[in-house]
Design a protein around this ligand. Structure first.
Ligand code: PGA
Length: 249
């Protein structure tokens, strides 16, 4: 069975004070939480999150570079994340692709580096509104997967979580219908079976992301091929985050 995984993505939000307040509210609830959960946060907040929460709470960076060291002003490597006790990272979020020139090629390089270093990853894929309206969404997403997973070995691929995030649903309040999200996640799973094996396709976790909130999380999570959610806006407030991670209570 695939254990559900709900991760908040704070993007460029939060302060040390806000992390402490968030942890005070969320920590007491965690003993009753039966799914995997955690937060992806800006580099400046990672150590505080790590210190404020117990080990089972997952703390993700929002990006890393594929080189180990060097002249890459403003970047952070896998070794640097590991150095502060962070072993998880989001790769290829659509905002990284849109604003920071991330491509399937760099996403692939980052996934390869993370695999070598034993860093856990969530890799994000998703289509734009024009691509969906043109009926190209399956082709686009499945070919992203082909490129993103190029030369990634099965034993490494099985530890990667795939987040399907249609770009038109991110931060817009427009959620894909649970049926549309399920349809894509099913295609993603089939694609993983053809790239790797049925075993891998059965075990790999697929999240949906895009305007997930307490009001719709249960319905989304009830879909057979959706194993989790990557949540932006609704993960910032402790009250909403608690509602998300206890959706099954
Ligand atoms: P949203 O963001 O929940 O605010 O739509 C999701 C994401 O970007 O991961």
């Amino acid at each position: 069975m695939r254990k559900p995984i709900i991760i908040g993505n704070w993007k460029m939000n939060g302060s040390i004070d806000s992390v402490k307040k968030f942890a005070t509210e969320v920590s007491p609830v965690l003993k009753d939480v039966t799914i995997d959960c955690g937060i992806a946060a800006p580099f400046t907040l990672l150590s505080t999150l790590k210190n404020e929460f117990s080990d089972e709470f997952k703390v993700y960076a929002e990006n890393m570079h594929f080189e180990d060291t060097g002249a890459y002003t403003g970047e952070v490597s896998a070794d640097m994340l590991l150095d502060i006790g962070i072993n998880s990272v989001i790769i290829g979020h659509s905002e990284r692709r849109k604003y920071f020139g991330e491509t399937d090629e760099t996403v692939n390089q980052k996934l390869q580096k993370a695999a070598t270093k034993g860093v856990n990853t969530i890799v994000c894929v998703g289509e734009s509104l024009e691509e969906r309206e043109a009926g190209k969404h399956f082709d686009i997403v499945l070919s992203m997967l082909e490129e993103d997973f190029k030369d990634i070995k099965e034993q490494d691929a099985q530890n990667i979580v795939i987040a399907y995030e249609p770009i038109w649903a991110i931060g817009t309040g427009k959620t894909a219908t649970p049926e549309d999200a399920e349809e894509m996640c099913k295609q993603i799973r089939n694609k993983m079976a053809s790239l790797y094996s049925n075993d891998l396709a059965e075990t790999i976790k697929i999240q949906y992301g895009g305007s997930v909130k307490p009001a719709n999380v249960k319905e989304i999570m009830s879909m057979p091929n959706i194993d989790g959610a990557l949540v932006g806006g609704a993960s910032l407030k402790a009250e909403d985050f608690i509602a998300l991670i206890t959706y099954n209570k």
